[in-house]
Write a protein that binds this ligand. Structure first.
Ligand code: NZQ
Ligand code: ZN
Length: 389
């Protein structure tokens, strides 16, 4: 195993009723000015907004609302939130939503406490956060990114056509409230794409060095099997509490840094999806669903043993009489079959792309992930994107 340092600054409150039980106690560790941040209308339609507003009111908080955070949050939206937070001397940001809301809030928490240009200093390159961002607490309403338990924030700079993520431990939410019932109202497509995002985070970690016996890979296999079992159940019955809670915690486990300990991590599929998102604004999990099988067919020979292990241990491929290559490919085909089964797209055309014109620019602007089994180049990424089309 490689050396590592482990820290996670987020306190998690998980389960049915946790917002009612624990939000007030958490609020009262901070000052009176609270910024309530959320996306569109989902939290108003499912009653979450009313529940939280009532608690804020009961605690006598001065509430400033920051709404309309879009999927794939933009740098412009971050700056809007930062101005609002500064003007109102906000003591605590309370983000209610999914990855987009949580990520935007993390960037706002930095921008509102910093005088320079946060894009230039913290997203264009890795910066050093030597100051304290405004404290952030989150209420998770959709499962997938695991943003609730890390310092990661993926922001799209529309002007520069770049979507990029950075992980600053100081941006970890101070607390995360996770009630699986809050996710009952998530539509099928988002449930599937969020679920696939979880699987993708685990695979991107699993398919990387070191491949010697290590705990991270064992946990990853258990998590992948859990997602593969529970996602179809949540799609079949959106109010299946067991399935929703397993997915919710798997998402956190995948991205709270635990399974990444001692691993190089790949995340090349994420790098490709981020630039695809910057050019097309596609849904994150849907973009990943298109890219993964194609990317894995491209690199599997470089990590053959691990792909064989994936086929046998995660997909139960019976490999008697099969060569290692056949077994590895059977595992990748099982993954591709699962993507179809949960109703996600398999091609860029299904994702809404009508021509290949922007593919060279997307490939060219893509970061190369050093942890990949493959020797990735911009040319290789273009070939993968071409195949995805
Ligand atoms: O905006 P509203 O009306 O709330 O609707 C949202 C949105 O349309 C809806 N939704 C949320 N909770 C709901 C609900 N609908 C019904 N009932 C509820 N309870 O779901 C839609 C998608 O929300 P969004 O937050 O955009 O989805 P997700 O959680 O997948 O976040 C995606 C963003 O996170 C980034 C992605 O790149 C993308 O920008 N990522 C962040 C990561 C991180 N910070 O660690 C890692 C990931 O790899 C990812 O890159
Ligand atoms: Zn992701």
């Amino acid at each position: 195993m490689n050396n590592f340092i482990f820290e996670n600054g987020t306190k998690v409150f998980f389960g049915k009723g946790c917002v009612k039980e624990f939000l007030a106690g958490n609020l009262n560790r901070y000052g009176n000015n609270v910024m309530l941040a959320y996306g569109g209308s989902s939290i108003k339609n499912n009653g979450v907004y009313d529940e939280i507003k009532q608690i804020l009111e009961n605690e006598g908080k001065n509430v400033v609302e920051f709404s309309g955070i879009m999927s794939n949050p933009t740098y412009a939206k971050v700056m809007e939130g930062a101005a609002l937070a500064k003007d109102n001397k906000i003591d605590l940001i309370l983000g209610v939503g999914g990855g987009s809301v949580m990520d935007c809030c993390k960037a706002v928490s930095l921008a509102a406490a910093y005088d320079g240009d946060i894009w230039e200093d913290f997203w264009e390159k890795n910066g050093v956060v030597y100051f304290d961002p405004i404290p952030l607490g989150v209420v998770v309403t959709v499962t997938g990114t695991g943003s609730e338990c890390n310092g990661g924030a993926v922001i799209t700079n529309e002007e520069k056509k770049v979507k990029t993520g950075r992980d600053y431990p100081k941006c970890n939410p101070k607390f995360a409230l996770m009630d699986p019932e809050y996710t009952f109202s998530v539509p099928k497509r988002q449930t599937a794409s969020g679920g696939f995002d979880i699987l993708s985070h685990i695979m991107e970690t699993y398919f990387s060095e070191p491949d010697e016996d290590n705990i991270s890979d064992d946990i990853s296999e258990a998590l992948m099997r859990s997602v593969i079992r529970n996602l179809p159940k949540a799609l079949e019955d959106p109010k299946d509490y067991t399935a929703r809670s397993n997915l919710m915690w798997a998402a956190t486990m995948a991205e709270n840094r635990l399974i990444k300990l001692g691993k190089a991590c790949d995340f090349q599929a994420h790098q490709i999806e981020h630039q695809l998102g910057a050019y097309t604004n596609c849904n994150h999990g849907c973009g990943l669903a298109v890219i993964h099988p194609v990317y894995y067919r491209y690199i599997y020979k470089n990590g053959l043993k691990k792909f064989v292990r994936f086929a046998r241990n995660v997909w139960d491929v019976k490999s008697d009489g099969m060569t290692d290559e056949e077994t590895a490919l059977a595992g990748i085909e099982a993954l591709a079959g699962f993507i179809k089964e949960i109703g996600l797209p398999s091609t860029l055309r299904e994702l809404g792309m009508t021509d290949k014109v922007s593919l060279p620019e997307i490939a060219e602007s893509c970061n190369i992930a050093p942890g990949s089994y493959g020797n990735m180049t911009k040319e290789a990424i273009l070939e993968i994107l071409d195949e995805c089309f």
